[in-house]
Design a protein around this ligand. Structure first.
Ligand code: 6PG
Length: 627
């Protein structure tokens, strides 16, 4: 990969000598930053005046443009004192993943003596001191002590910088492998690690590298120390291992080899509370931690997932160029990746994403059941769903159509799949989190519990014998009515999902941007849809989508069909819990005077829990002796 090697340090540290030697050794062009000063700067300097930041800005931009231009052809070495971080930021602008920094470091006296030994050179000690005063030591550069020969310095630079990888991927499961290929395709030099387990996981990384041409530059390891050592500092290591305890074990395995300011990124479906704990723990060890949701499955990880990072903002900015590059792009070609917020907020929204995903999947499953009960076979259902794409398109709708059409012999494959739905726990966590936060995410619970009901296959068979439906007639609903009921429930699903995010944001002071979250979910992730695209604009105006004029109109338009479809299901003994719940929830959330007064009275009756009245100031608590 082409790169710009910036060599920095105070005047007299030997930048030009080392830069020239290095360029020669690597057979790439050399540029001395001082040759690019505009006339005004040269005039100012030759009159003995120091340059200020304003004078420097244009010059640094020129060097940045030079670096960019050079990168279109070749690597190069550029030397520049670049004493302050903001100067280096300008030099890095838009090319930070392709720049390497070498900082030549020496003590004041050593440099002072060295400079003043040079013939025709004199640097007053105040001038050198002012350079040391201005110097903000870079955290990310390769720091080279200049008290050795130039040959040794070159050797150290070559060892320390040239052959190291920019990004590490730990764990080569399905997602880890796809992310590696995605990073490599995007020009990043990566190091890949997979553990060795005798006879079970042997040479996984090496074999993976050997089987994919895009990984020719990548390095492959099953030894943690070697893997860590192969990375440029501060190291950036993405963990793609099973969520849960494994993450903690892996962190402990890595810690002895990491250095201060290294960055670990957990890209699994981790619990958001654990992500905060891990971030705090690693902070105490001087290591940065980013928890990130990654959605899109194997295909997404390979060609562009939706990425939801959170935690340490400073560390995020260092990995942003990598994540932005590999992420899916929205319709404005912006990366479907954004800094979500502090702590475990990235994993929180990924968890809610999965909750919304459970519901979208459940609704489609219910729709298929209903359309089948109304007399359509699976090919006909697929054709019906195909027509829905123009108004209700989504990734999950598309894959459901493919699934319905898949045949095995003369029969539909899906008919042969055992009807027990699995889960890996994120829907469970979403339901727990909404209960803990006091948010009524009833659709997520209904979709989760439907999966749990499905798991009681044997009991379902047994009870079906006692309670077999007497109904044999076809369901009296049209495809349009089913579509409208489906759309109604989807709006409620998205209302509930974002409500949960918004309430968590308030509770934890995360200050999450709902529009931006919807935006990064418009591509790459499992719940991407045209509805999600609409929500990007809706959330710019409100946090409650049920107050948006357009969506109010849609709900009003679809509600009659939703009522009819759900009623027909009930009358015909068809289970459609998420569609049903969408109406119950909607009726609940739009009821001005609910039956909760009865609940309050009951609580007060048996437990003296007291109640508030609507005919006084509403602050006082009342208790009644009810009998
Ligand atoms: C995604 C998916 C992904 C995975 C879930 C499914 O966004 O790419 O949500 O994270 O498919 O783990 O979870 P269940 O096994 O619980 O359905």
């Amino acid at each position: 990969m082409k790169k710009v090697i910036y060599i920095m340090g105070v005047s007299g540290c030997g930048k030009s000598t080392i830069g020239k030697l290095l360029a020669q050794e690597l057979n790439i062009p050399f540029f001395d930053g001082d040759d690019f000063h505009p006339k005004a700067n040269i005039k100012k300097m030759s009159s003995g005046q120091a340059l200020n930041d304003e004078d420097r800005q244009g010059w640094l931009e020129t060097l940045n443009a030079l670096a960019k231009k050079q990168l279109t052809k070749n690597s190069c070495v550029i030397v520049c004192s670049a004493l302050k971080q903001k100067y280096r930021d300008t030099l890095n602008l838009d090319i930070e993943t392709q720049t390497k920094w070498v900082y030549l470091s020496g003590a004041f006296n050593q440099i002072y003596n060295r400079v003043n030994k040079r013939p025709e050179h004199f640097m007053p000690s105040e001038l050198l001191q002012s350079q040391f005063d201005a110097l903000e030591e870079p955290k990310d550069a390769l720091k080279i002590d200049i008290t050795t020969t130039p040959e040794n310095i070159i050797k150290k630079i070559k060892n320390g910088l040239m052959d190291k990888s920019a990004f590490g991927l730990f764990g080569l499961g399905v997602m880890g492998k796809s992310l590696c290929r995605n990073l490599a395709k995007n020009g990043f030099k990566i190091a890949m690690f997979n553990r060795h387990v005798d006879t079970i996981e042997v040479d996984v990384a090496k074999n993976f590298k050997a089987n994919h041409s895009e990984l020719s530059e990548a390095t492959a390891f099953d030894d943690i120390a070697a893997f860590v050592n192969a990375l440029q500092t501060p190291r950036k290591i993405m963990l793609m291992v099973h969520a849960g305890k494994t993450i903690d074990y892996v962190i402990e395995d890595l810690l002895p080899y990491l250095s201060k300011n290294d960055i670990l990124i957990d890209g699994g479906n981790s619990n958001y509370l654990k992500t905060k704990e891990r971030g705090d723990y690693l902070k105490s060890k001087g290591i940065h931690f980013i928890g990130t949701g990654v959605s899109g499955g194997e295909e997404g990880a390979l060609n562009g997932p939706s990425i939801m990072p959170s935690g340490d903002l400073e560390a995020y900015n260092k990995v942003k160029p990598f994540l932005d590059k590999i992420a899916a792009k929205d319709k404005n070609n912006l990366p479907c990746c954004t800094y979500v917020g502090p702590e475990g907020s990235g994993h929180f929204i990924k968890m809610v994403h999965n909750g919304v995903e459970y519901v979208e999947m459940q609704l489609l499953a219910e729709v298929c059941t209903i359309l089948e009960a109304s007399g359509q076979n699976l090919d006909e259902i697929a054709n019906t769903l195909e027509t829905w794409k123009s108004t209700a398109n989504s990734y999950l709708l598309e894959i459901t159509i493919d699934i319905l059409r898949k045949k095995e012999g003369n029969d539909w494959l899906v008919k042969k799949i055992l009807d027990k739905a699995g889960n890996k726990g994120t829907g469970n966590w979403t339901t727990i989190a909404s209960a803990e936060l006091g948010v009524p995410s009833t659709l997520i619970a209904s979709a989760l519990f439907s999966r749990y009901i499905s798991f009681y296959k044997e009991e379902r068979i047994q009870l079906n014998k006692h309670f077999k439906s007497e109904n044999t007639s076809a369901l009296n609903v049209t495809s349009i009515e089913v579509l409208e009921a489906y759309q109604f429930a989807r709006i409620i699903n998205h209302y509930q999902g974002f409500k949960l995010i918004s309430e968590a944001s308030n509770k934890f002071s995360w200050d999450l941007n709902l529009s931006e979250i919807a935006r990064i979910w418009t591509n790459g992730c499992i719940i991407r849809s045209t509805l999600m695209e609409e929500l990007v604009a809706v959330f710019k105006e409100t946090t409650n989508i049920l107050t948006n004029t357009q969506l109010i109109a849609s709900i009003k338009e679809y509600k009659a069909s939703a009522k009819k479809v759900v009623s027909q299901c009930i009358l015909n003994d068809i289970t459609a819990p998420s569609l049903g719940e969408s109406i119950h929830f909607f009726n609940g959330i739009t009821t001005e005077n609910s039956s909760a007064n009865i609940i309050q009275a009951q609580r007060d009756y048996f437990g003296a829990h007291t109640y508030k009245r609507i005919d006084d100031d509403g602050v006082k608590s009342h208790h009644t002796i009810w009998k």
